[in-house]
Write a protein that binds this ligand. Structure first.
Ligand code: F6R
Length: 353
């Protein structure tokens, strides 16, 4: 039931804070130690020489973020693959691969096809899914729940943040993140709420930047590039504004020729290592007339940035940056009088290949 909400998508955006708390309570005990992750899962991952994350759409985008956690905290090289590609062009695998499937529904046919192949080849697998007892959870060796509750809107929101959180918890459980992850996630959840409480700002940004526009861009580097592709998918799939998300350094290799007077370019700026470079890229598109909307972390912010996010651990910033993107997509779509929850041509669960 939507309750007081006009659309499920808005309800589900709001619920991300509760989901973060639920996951923290489920996966950590009172002493901030991991619980509810079987030792067999941990040892199977530790035995691997390479992790293969396989998923589609938004779940694939959550994998792009999770890759950083697995590589940084477990030291195991990690690849992220689109399931519809992997299914018919399986890359050369390492000696001891371990597969991680990410899925809201657990029924995505493209991902099921890959899992079938993986099972036939005898490789170990784990599914992180929101719908437990789904095909992907039943057919993998292991499964862990995303605990996001039913996601009704076609555009995925809370399943994405839940996937990122569970990936972080799993990588932390396997490796040695050297951070108090339970505490960092609690702080992040508080800041998620702060951003969600500022909906009106994103409504204003969406209307100002996107009304009447046919195309838009999201740029960033590193983890911000990973969120940029998800931000672009959110905006395009419900508002029908053609949106590209990509690594900011690629602008000069082609895309910058698309910039015209007033073209909306959303820049995500939360990673200190590359902030200077991204500032340069923002200046370059601005010089060509782009309407730049800068969403920055607090310590990297400058006067005039459109929206300043609270600072949390830089690795967890995707949990914050995606919220403005979700809200901007939501309000841009409302502004066009479109059905936010049911975009044309799309199904919630894609059970055909
Ligand atoms: C976009 C969206 C889709 C799904 C994709 C995979 O908002 O929801 O891109 O992420 O179809 O679905 P699941 O996660 O159910 O495997």
């Amino acid at each position: 039931d939507k309750g007081v909400y006009p659309y499920y998508m808005l309800k589900e955006i709001d619920e991300q804070v509760i989901v973060a708390h639920t996951l923290s309570q489920y996966y950590f005990d009172d002493n901030a130690q991991i619980q509810n992750i079987d030792d067999d899962i941990i040892s199977a991952i530790k035995a691997a020489d390479r992790l293969y994350i396989v998923a589609a759409g938004t779940s694939y985008h959550a994998g792009l973020v999770g890759k950083r956690y697995f590589e940084q905290w477990t030291g195991i090289p990690t690849e992220v693959h689109i399931s519809s590609e992997f299914a018919y062009d399986q890359p050369l695998l390492s000696q001891r691969p371990f597969f991680i499937f990410l899925s809201q529904s657990g029924e995505t046919a493209d991902s099921r096809e890959v899992l079938d192949n993986v099972v036939k080849q005898g490789y170990p697998s784990l599914t992180l899914a929101n719908v437990m007892n789904s095909t992907l959870t039943r057919e993998a060796n292991f499964a862990l729940p995303l605990l996001a509750g039913p996601e009704i809107a076609v555009a995925s929101t809370k399943a994405y943040t839940a996937q990122i959180i569970v990936e972080a918890i799993l990588a932390h459980a396997v490796g040695n993140s050297q951070i108090d992850l339970k505490n960092e996630l609690a702080k992040t959840a508080v800041e998620m709420q702060v951003i969600i409480d500022q909906k009106d700002e994103f409504k204003a940004i969406a209307e100002q930047a996107l009304r009447g526009q046919r195309s838009a861009f999201y740029i960033g580097r590193g983890l911000d590039a990973a969120v940029a592709v998800e931000a672009a998918l959110k905006l395009k799939e419900i508002s029908y504004i053609q949106t590209e998300g990509f690594a900011a350094g690629e602008l000069k290799h082609g895309t910058i020729s698309l910039i015209e007077e007033g073209t909306p370019v959303f820049a995500l700026l939360t990673q200190s290592k590359t902030a200077g470079l991204v500032r340069g890229e923002i200046a370059q598109v601005a010089a060509r007339g782009a309407n730049t909307i800068i969403i920055s972390g607090k310590k990297l912010a400058k006067k005039g940035d459109a929206y300043v996010l609270p600072d949390v651990n830089e690795l967890l910033m995707p949990l914050l940056t995606v919220i403005p993107a979700q809200l901007i997509a939501y309000y841009a779509t409302l502004d066009r009088n479109l059905d936010v929850d049911r975009p044309r041509n799309l199904a919630k669960s894609v059970t055909v290949q």
